[in-house]
Every structure is written in structure tokens, then in C-alpha cells.
Design a protein around this ligand. Structure first.
Ligand code: EPU
Length: 435
């Protein structure tokens, strides 16, 4: 039987919580360890199912996990035995970020065969920009409708990649990362225009640069990559610490605010949280950042009546789409109206129907815009489904704030991206159990 979370909500979260390393950074840096063809030590690796799924793929390709201590977040991996085998659906199906194997295998071996996971709860996940980038670098790319074991896949071949000017008509995190990996060891200079700027792109660039790559401008919209020969790479003493998870931190911030609690988050990068902080403070929530200590404290002074606010999810450094559902859950507890718009994905409001079960008053205008109406008498517990990772996180936020009992099903989505979420919440005084 499916496991569920049972939450007895309505209790303010209070205390300290340690934020884990960033999922979206880990799932990009793990494939990039292939370039080392040797031993890499990673710290601050989140112990989540997406990381386990990526490790399964790397092991299938021939990597050896020398040491992995989930609770200590330390991973030592030896990629000297990796070879470019075709990766089928059984391995990619549970890990959407498996498309990073395209860039990593292409850059390393000049060949990649990877089954593509299908769409997801918030629409199709096209990779046309990734493919355009690989082709611009001189690779031959074939999209297959039927790839080993059914479903679609991509096959790429190259006799040597050459630097190119690549201009994306849309900011794409995945395409930026894939082109960075493929171009790092190509011949000549690659420029990426309209690159995505998310913090994990900077984290991956600093990992690749540590190996000897020459990637400049990561974190801005123009990235320049001077290809270096693969045989000049540093292959020893490679260690890297994954940055803190912006979205896990943001989720705890909204949960603290929704329960009118008082929570200090440790191991965070406050600048990455700024758009979330700004949205919370606009409603009257107090947020105190400490850049030096890498902490953020979120609290709601007693009797404060929180107002609504308007947010629009856009690429970094704007408000992150991966925080849009959790912020909506928080806004459903506020005493004023809010507007929430989504500009990254075609649609990401499927969770609204679940949120309404808590008594949230939400009007959906279209696929991109909703209005969250003032909360009149608080949220009440409900039986809801986690429709995807962040939709599931929104159910947690609402369930923690709601009076009464909440049951959340399909929690495997939540566990893809949140490490030990139950024990972390229990540490803050939440009444949550898994059955
Ligand atoms: N897009 C295209 N063509 C492409 C690629 C993307 O049209 O070839 C479009 C998408 O349809 C979307 C927009 O561009 O409308 C942005 O997509 P992006 O490529 O940036 O998304 P992604 O790389 O597939 C990553 C995160 C997502 C996060 C988005 C946006 C990882 C593993 N995933 O996805 O994270 O929502 O960036 O920030 O890094 C999550 O963690 O819950 C999650 C879904």
C-alpha cells in the first residue's frame, strides 16, 4: 500500500533546521563527475531519491561508489570505469535530470544514447533547446520515438565537437547546463546567449573549472566557454561541496510563515533566497538574514494580520517557479488577496484543486494566473494528493497550517527532493507521521 503523511496541523513551527545540499545542483554535478575518469569527493550531497536514481545510472555506466554516507552527505565516486552504454527507461524513468547524461557522455566520449522521461504533472518537458545546442556544436542528434524498451530517446554522435555561438530563445536551465558540459572540452570557443542564471549553473561551472575547464560568465546571461583538451584535465584531488538548496530552504520559510512560527534555517545562502524573502516580507512576515552565519530566521510576531501579495514565477533571479506552489499554500492563509502568475512552465496550477480541499479560496483565471482570496476562517485538514514534487511540498505547507488532520498521498514525489522531511519537521514541533 502507498505510504502517506498524516499531519495534525495548526501548530506553529519553532526552532532550528539544517538545510541540505541542492537537489538540482547535485543531479547536474553527478553526471559531470564522468569527466574526471577518476575519484571525486562531493560534500553536502542531499540524501534524496533523485540523487539515488542518478547514482544508479552512473553505476550502470561503470562508476564505483567508493563511499557514500547519506546522513553525513559525503560521497566518494570513482568514474574511471565509466563507458557510454545506452541508458534505458528503467533507469531514466524516475529521474528527469537524466538528460544531463546527454551532455556529459557527449562531452566525454562523443556518443550518448539516453531514454527520455516523458511529460510531468506540469506539462511537457521539451528538450529542443538542448538538441539545438548539441547540433550547433557539430553533433549529430537523432530523436527516437522508440528507444530500448519503449518510449522516446535521444542518440548523439560526434567526431569532435567545435565551439559555436549558441543563442537560446528561452532561458533554459537544462539546456544551459547540457551545452556547458558538452562545450567544456570541445575545440574552440562557445558562447551561450540568453543563458539561464540559476545558482546551480554557477555551482556546476565552478566544479568543471576546478577540473581545468574555462567557463566564464556563469550566473549571467552570457556564458563563454573556451574548450580545453580533455587530456589536460585534472584527475586527482577533486572535491566539491554542493551549494545549499534554495527551494528546500524556501519551503521551510513558507511553512514557518504559514504556521505563524519562528524558525531559523542553517546552511543557506541568503542571497539565493531574496525573492522568497521579499514575497514573505511583503505580507508582513519578518525575515532576518545573516550572510556570514549562512542563516535565515523567519517569524510572525503574535497577532500580526498578514496581508496578501502578488508574485510572478520567472527564471532566476526572479521568484522561482519551484517555490510557486508552496508560496500559494502560504498565501492561502493570509488575510488579504494575492495574485500568483507562472511564466516558466505552460501550466503549474494543477495543485490548486488539492489546495481548495483545505478551504483555500482560489480562482484560476487561466493556465498562467490565479487569485488567492483572503483567508476568512483558517484552513482545515484534508485528504490530498501530492501531484508532483513541489505540488506535494505545497500540501505539506497547507497541512501544517490547517487545523485538524491532513493526509497526503503519493509522498514518493516529495521524497525525490526533500531529505528527511518528516524528521526535520518533527524537530520543529510538527505532528507528522508516515504510515
Ligand atoms: N524549454 C523549452 N525547450 C527546452 C528546454 C526548456 O521550451 O529544450 C522550456 C520549458 O518547457 C520551460 C522553460 O523552458 O517552459 C524552462 O525550462 P528549463 O529547461 O529551465 O527547465 P529544466 O532544466 O527542465 C529545471 C529544474 C526544474 C525547474 C526548472 C525551472 C532541474 C533538474 N530541474 O528544469 O526543477 O522547475 O529548471 O527553474 O534542475 C523541481 O525541482 O521541482 C523542478 C521541476
Amino acid at each position: 500500500m502507498d505510504r502517506k503523511y498524516i499531519i495534525r496541523g495548526g501548530k506553529p513551527l519553532t526552532g532550528d533546521v539544517q538545510i541540505s545540499g541542492a537537489k538540482n545542483s547535485a543531479v547536474a554535478i553527478l553526471p559531470a563527475t564522468i569527466f574526471v575518469r577518476g575519484v571525486v569527493t562531493l560534500d553536502n550531497v542531499p540524501d534524496i531519491s533523485d540523487v539515488h536514481a542518478m547514482l544508479d545510472i552512473l553505476k550502470f555506466l561503470g562508476a564505483r561508489v567508493v563511499e557514500y554516507n547519506g546522513p553525513e552527505h559525503k560521497l566518494v565516486i570513482d568514474t574511471s570505469g565509466v563507458r557510454p552504454h545506452p541508458i534505458g527507461h528503467a533507469l531514466t524513468g524516475t529521474c528527469r535530470a537524466s538528460y544531463y547524461l546527454l551532455g556529459a557522455l557527449l562531452g566525454c566520449f562523443g556518443t550518448a544514447d539516453v531514454a527520455m522521461p516523458g511529460g510531468c504533472a506540469f506539462g511537457s518537458r521539451p528538450i529542443n533547446l538542448h538538441i539545438m545546442g548539441f547540433r550547433r556544436l557539430g553533433a549529430e542528434v537523432e530523436e527516437l520515438e522508440h528507444f530500448a524498451g519503449g518510449g522516446g530517446g535521444v542518440t548523439i554522435r560526434s567526431n569532435g565537437l567545435r565551439g559555436a555561438r549558441i543563442s537560446f530563445d528561452k532561458e533554459s536551465v537544462g539546456a544551459t547546463i547540457n551545452v556547458m558540459m558538452a562545450a567544456a572540452f570541445a575545440t574552440g570557443r562557445t558562447t551561450i546567449q540568453n543563458a539561464a542564471r540559476e545558482p546551480h549553473i554557477v555551482d556546476l561551472a565552478s566544479f568543471l573549472n576546478q577540473l581545468g575547464a574555462r567557463i566564464m560568465g556563469a550566473g549571467t546571461e552570457n556564458i563563454t566557454i573556451d574548450g580545453v583538451p580533455a587530456d589536460s584535465l585534472k584527475r586527482n584531488d577533486i572535491s566539491h561541496s554542493i551549494i545549499a538548496d534554495q527551494i528546500e530552504a524556501g519551503t521551510f520559510m513558507t511553512a514557518a510563515a504559514a504556521t505563524r512560527g519562528n524558525v531559523t534555517l542553517y546552511n543557506v545562502i541568503p542571497t539565493h533566497l531574496r525573492p522568497i524573502t521579499d514575497a514573505l516580507t511583503a505580507t508582513g512576515v519578518c525575515v532576518e538574514e545573516d550572510e556570514i552565519e549562512e542563516t535565515v530566521r523567519v517569524w510572525v510576531p503574535g497577532n500580526t494580520k498578514l496581508s496578501g501579495t502578488n508574485i510572478t514565477a520567472r527564471p532566476y533571479p526572479s521568484f522561482p517557479t519551484d517555490m510557486q506552489p508552496q508560496m500559494t499554500a502560504f498565501l492561502s492563509t493570509c488575510g488579504g488577496d494575492s495574485k500568483v502568475s507562472e511564466e516558466v512552465w505552460d501550466t503549474r496550477f494543477g495543485y490548486v484543486r488539492e489546495l481548495r480541499k483545505f478551504g483555500a479560496r482560489i480562482i484560476q483565471y487561466d493556465n498562467k494566473n490565479i487569485k488567492v482570496e483572503a483567508c476568512l476562517s483558517g484552513l482545515h485538514g484534508a485528504s490530498v494528493e501530492a501531484l508532483d514534487l513541489r505540488a506535494g511540498a505545497a500540501m505539506l505547507v497547507a497541512g501544517l497550517a490547517a487545523e485538524g488532520v491532513t493526509e497526503v498521498t503519493h509522498i514518493e514525489y516529495i521524497e525525490r527532493g526533500y531529505e528527511n522531511v518528516v524528521s526535520k519537521l518533527e524537530g520543529l514541533g510538527a505532528d507528522i507521521t508516515v504510515i
